[in-house]
Design a protein. Structure first.
Length: 263
């Protein structure tokens, strides 16, 4: 079995060191292709407008000056001599749940693996305080991955695994669930000025004070000390909304080609 590991926190992050340890319980054929620097929040982005450079630390450890998705593409399509059997992305420092999933580079790397035909999983360690319970991810990741590998889950689906912010002995169980929503309330923009008076800006997510928290969603379950698995698809087609949109656009659709509108 060949496993490719990556992350979005950077190639020297604590979480990817743990992930390599986890991967090596399944095989010695482990390859690391990860961003040289922190790439949190870049989602599925790939670098189309700038060159990528590969730094080879050893014959199976590579650092890339790009995004997590770049790492997966270069790993699968260029660096490895054959496709891996599995891509593992993480272990992220902080949860990737609810609407934060849309921005996650950890999840973006795993979903990119699906695009290039490789099964994948994303793993993240939820935080609620400065204490990071890496030991919880370490305790639960191996049996969860082992179980997932024995079942025939749909290959267009990526299991997104989050470990709760508690010691392993306080974990209440494992739940398969839906992502919540309303966790991100917006983005703060802070303007500063450089030594020459030029403006520059820092962005930071703003947490919502009004989280719409279904008690069965991932965020609520993580706060109750459950490990959560949210199955994710590349297909974002809102199937349940198709009929509603078709009804609202009914007259326009029935009219055929739209008339030319002068500028």
């Amino acid at each position: 079995m060949r496993i490719l590991i990556t992350n979005d926190d950077g190639a020297r992050a604590e979480g990817i060191k743990l992930l390599e340890e986890i991967a090596r319980t399944f095989t010695d054929d482990v390859w690391l292709v990860a961003p040289e620097f922190d790439q949190s929040g870049v989602s599925h982005a790939i670098s189309l407008h700038e060159p990528l450079r590969i730094h080879e630390e050893t014959d199976r450890r590579f650092y890339i000056n790009g995004t997590p998705a770049d790492c997966v593409v270069l790993g699968v399509e260029h660096i490895l001599d054959r496709k891996p059997d599995l891509v593992l992305s993480g272990v992220n420092r902080g949860g990737n749940m609810a609407d934060s999933i849309a921005y996650s580079g950890t999840v973006g790397a795993a979903m990119t693996a699906l695009l290039v035909g490789v099964p994948s999983m994303a793993l993240s360690q939820f935080l609620q305080s400065p204490t990071i319970h890496w030991e919880t991810a370490k305790a639960y990741a191996v049996p969860l991955i082992e179980r997932l590998l024995t079942i025939d889950w749909p290959r267009p689906v990526c299991p997104n695994i989050n470990f709760p912010a508690c010691p392993p002995e306080e974990v209440k169980g494992v739940r398969v669930c839906r992502p919540g929503y309303g966790y991100i309330g917006g983005v703060n923009v802070e303007q500063r000025f450089d030594m020459r008076g030029g403006a520059y800006h820092w962005l930071q997510f703003r947490r919502s004070s009004d989280v719409h928290e279904d008690p069965t969603c991932d965020l609520a379950l993580l706060r109750q000390n459950y490990v959560t698995i949210t199955p994710l698809r590349l297909d974002r087609h809102a199937e349940g909304d198709v009929d509603g949109f078709r009804d609202k656009f009914g007259e326009m659709l029935a009219a055929g080609p739209l008339p030319h509108i002068a500028a």
